[in-house]
Design a protein around this ligand. Structure first.
Ligand code: CS2
Ligand code: MG
Length: 411
């Protein structure tokens, strides 16, 4: 059996939004695909792969995934960082995909087999006022979601992350994708005091309307200091959140000690992390409850599985990042991990658009609130290069924030 890689190709396509895809082919024609999408900085990863990694892949034995991972991580000398780790992730996913196809097994089988019938997913509700928020929650429940993230507009803040139906500068609905096509990032505004006052009133209203049972989540999107995060966590305790996400930027892992000591609201962090070193203290000191890392930004299946095995020892569970900027390939990759680890928690799910699904055909099923990657050998996603060509790259930027006095704030 021949397993040598003979071709490594990089595709950048924009079916509704930009995606970077790596395709590896072995000399007996087996194809593996990986996701290297880094929202707003896609071409940097495409160049890393095309200009520096592709030629190193040709001639390698596709079977040696761990060795390839360590080679790309260590031989670059310059470790970590979102560009490097997204590139490594794409190679890693493509190699697992190939291995699954050779074995005739879905990737989760190769990782240890299924630990559950499916992965519970959460949906996204948001509203400009309580009425539209309640409608949005009801809609998500009808779609089958058993857990729901709640984002709300805040009086005094004009444009706020995560609120669908908000107008974008392009005139389109904001919906779930915050990146705007164009050559300059859109400016949004922020006021922490207004936010901290308003959000608990919204959760109180949601609990009164929907009762105590429905698991509710909220994303703070890195905007608070540790003290402000502690205040929000405390004020949300009566509403029994499933998790409060990114309550404060966690580059400084120690910052979470203060938040943790002040509130019992469960905490989830990690969507912008790219290495196990970004999160190891948060896990070993049990400062968080859920790991939000995404396969695509975290070095692929290999590193995600390792961090979750480590987290298992500390009763920390998964809550992998699953917005539409993780392509169907990256999403499938982490779903296979979620199927097999013991400490699965909850999976974020934002279905991709019809155009995206034309380029990436998925075997994944979403039924009654649960996701299943299916039995297709490998990752279960096919990449259609011809369809991809119809949607050339379009520059897009994530927005950024300014405070009332003009100071740039975390977005
Ligand atoms: C997010 C994302 O899904 C989430 O929780 O915070 O929407 C995030 O803003 C985007 O992935 C940025 O590209
Ligand atoms: Mg988030």
């Amino acid at each position: 059996m021949s397993t040598k890689i003979v071709n490594a190709e990089v595709f950048v396509t924009s079916p509704s939004r930009n995606f970077v895809t790596l395709r590896l082919t072995t000399d007996d024609g087996v194809v593996g695909i990986g996701d290297a999408t880094l929202n707003g900085r896609e071409l940097a990863v495409a160049s890393y792969l095309r200009d520096h990694v592709a030629q190193l892949m040709v001639g390698r034995d596709s079977r040696n995934i761990e060795d390839t991972w360590q080679f790309l991580y260590r031989a670059a000398y310059w470790r970590r960082g979102p560009v490097t780790m997204a590139a490594i992730a794409a190679v890693d996913m493509a190699l697992w995909d190939i291995k699954g196809k050779y074995a005739g097994m879905p990737v989760y089988d190769l990782l240890g087999g299924a630990s559950r019938r499916g992965c519970r997913a959460y949906g996204h509700a948001s509203g400009m006022d309580l009425e539209s928020l309640f409608d949005s929650i009801r809609y998500e429940m009808e779609e089958g979601y058993k857990s729901i993230r709640v984002q709300t507009s805040v009086p005094g803040i004009e444009k706020l992350y995560g609120v669908a139906a908000q107008a974008q500068s392009s005139g389109e609905r904001y919906d779930f994708e915050p990146a705007n096509r164009g050559s300059w990032p859109v400016e949004e505004d922020w006021d922490t005091r207004a936010y901290l006052r308003h959000v608990p009133t919204v959760f109180e209203a949601v609990r009164n309307e929907f009762g105590p049972d429905l698991p509710l989540l909220h994303d703070g999107h890195h905007r608070m200091t540790p003290r402000e995060a502690a205040q929000l966590g405390k004020s949300l305790e009566p509403y029994d959140l499933y998790w409060l996400e990114d309550c404060t930027p966690a580059e400084n892992q120690e910052a979470l000690r203060y938040v943790r000591s002040q509130t019992t609201t469960p905490l989830a962090i990690g969507e912008v992390f790219n290495s196990i070193y970004d999160i190891k203290d948060l896990i070993s000191e049990q400062l968080i409850d859920y790991v939000r890392c995404a396969s695509t930004h975290f070095g692929g299946i290999t590193q995600l599985k390792k961090v979750m095995n480590y987290a298992e020892m500390y009763q920390v569970k998964s809550g992998f990042h699953g917005p539409t900027d993780v392509s169907p390939i990256g999403f499938a990759a982490q779903l296979h991990v979620g199927m097999t680890i013991h400490n699965f928690g909850l999976q974020e799910y934002m279905p991709h658009s019809e155009k995206t699904k034309e380029v990436f055909t998925e075997s994944l099923a979403f039924e009654n609130g649960y996701l299943n990657p299916g039995e297709t050998p490998g990752l279960g996603v096919e990449f259609n290069a011809e369809a991809a060509e119809k949607y050339p790259y379009e520059q897009a930027y994530l927005p950024y924030n300014r405070l009332a006095d003009g100071t740039v704030h975390n977005w």
